[in-house]
Design a protein around this ligand. Structure first.
Ligand code: A2H
Length: 253
C-alpha cells in the first residue's frame, strides 16, 4: 500500500434524465457520479461507469448546490477538502446502494460516446477512491474483462436489469499506442494471458503489471487532440484541461 497521500482525478459523470426512482427528489439539480482515476489521459476511452450493486453510497450536497454520489467514506474525505459548504460536514440528501443507480445514463467528459451507462463490477473496493470507477477497456484489463463478461452473458445482464442497449454497443476505443501491445493494450494483454473472466484475479494482476508501466513510459497518444505525444508528457495537461472545464476535481486520500 501507498505511504503518504495519493492524488486522484475525480471525473464528474453527469446523471442524465430521467433520474432513477431513488433520486427523483434531486430532479432539477446537477447530479454527478464521481470516479477516482490515476489515468486522466485515458478518459477519451470511457465506455461505461462501474458501480458495485451492493455497496452503500450517499448523494451529498456541494458548496455550489450540485450533488456528488460516492461512498460515505469518500464524502467524508471530500468535506475536509473544501468540496462542501462547511468543513467537516457533508449534507446527505439520499442514501442508496449501487443497484439503485444501475443502468442509469451518464454524460462523461472526452469520450466519443455521447451517453454511457452504469454497469456492475463486483471487485470494486470500499476503501479506495469513491467506490465508483470509470471504465476504459482499451487500457485497463480489469475494465475489459468485466465489460466482456457482461457482453457474453445475457443472464448476467438480466440479473441487474440491464438492457442490451446499455452494454452491447460499447467497444474499446483506441486511444494510446503501446509498443508491442498496439492501440488496445488491455485487450492484447487479456488475449495473450488467456484471461477468461473478471474473476481471473492472478492473471489480471499479471496483465496489469505488463501494460501499466509500459503504457506510462512508452505509450503514445493516438487521439486527435494529442496525436503523437507521449503519455508522460500529456497526463498533467489533460488533467488540467478537465479541471478547467469543470469536468474533474482533484481529490486526495
Ligand atoms: B484507473 P490505486 Cl485506463 N476499487 O482508472 C477498484 N478499483 C478502483 C477503485 C476501487 N474502489 N477506485 C479506483 N479504481 C481503479 C482508469 C485506469 C486505471 C486505467 C488503467 C489503470 C488504472 C480506468 N479504469 O488503474 O490502487 C481506477 O482505475 C491502475 C491501478 O489507487 C484507478 O485508476 O493505484 C485505480 O484503480 C486506482 O488504483
Amino acid at each position: 500500500e501507498n505511504v503518504g497521500p495519493q492524488e486522484y482525478t475525480l471525473i464528474k459523470m453527469k446523471l442524465l434524465q430521467p433520474y432513477p426512482e431513488k433520486l427523483k427528489s434531486l430532479e432539477g439539480r446537477g447530479v454527478f457520479l464521481v470516479a477516482a482515476t490515476l489515468r486522466p489521459e485515458t478518459m477519451y476511452g470511457q465506455t461505461n461507469c462501474w458501480v458495485h450493486p451492493e455497496m452503500k453510497y450517499v448523494a451529498f450536497e456541494l458548496e455550489n448546490g450540485d450533488v456528488f454520489i460516492s461512498t460515505r467514506r469518500a464524502a467524508r474525505n471530500m468535506c475536509y477538502q473544501d468540496f462542501t459548504k462547511k468543513t467537516g460536514d457533508y449534507p446527505v440528501l439520499v442514501e442508496l446502494v449501487g443497484q439503485d443507480i444501475m443502468g442509469v445514463p451518464l454524460s462523461a467528459p472526452l469520450t466519443s460516446y455521447k451517453i454511457i451507462y452504469t454497469l456492475p463490477m463486483l471487485t470494486i473496493k470500499e476503501g479506495k477512491g469513491t467506490g465508483i470507477v470509470t471504465s476504459v477497456p482499451s487500457d485497463a484489463p480489469d475494465d475489459f474483462a468485466a465489460l466482456r463478461d457482461l457482453k457474453n452473458k445475457q443472464p448476467f445482464r438480466a440479473k441487474y436489469h440491464l438492457t442490451d442497449e446499455m452494454v452491447l454497443p460499447f467497444e474499446p476505443i483506441p486511444i494510446i499506442d503501446v509498443p508491442a501491445f498496439g492501440t488496445l493494450s488491455a485487450v492484447t494483454a487479456c488475449e495473450q494471458l488467456k484471461i477468461k473472466s473478471q474473476n481471473d484475479t492472478v492473471k489480471l494482476q499479471e496483465a496489469k503489471e505488463k501494460v501499466y508501466l509500459k503504457g506510462f513510459y512508452e505509450g503514445v497518444m493516438v487521439v486527435d487532440d494529442y496525436k503523437g505525444q507521449k503519455v508522460q508528457n500529456v497526463k498533467k495537461m489533460i488533467q488540467n484541461k478537465l479541471v478547467q472545464q469543470k469536468d474533474a476535481v482533484i481529490y486526495m486520500e
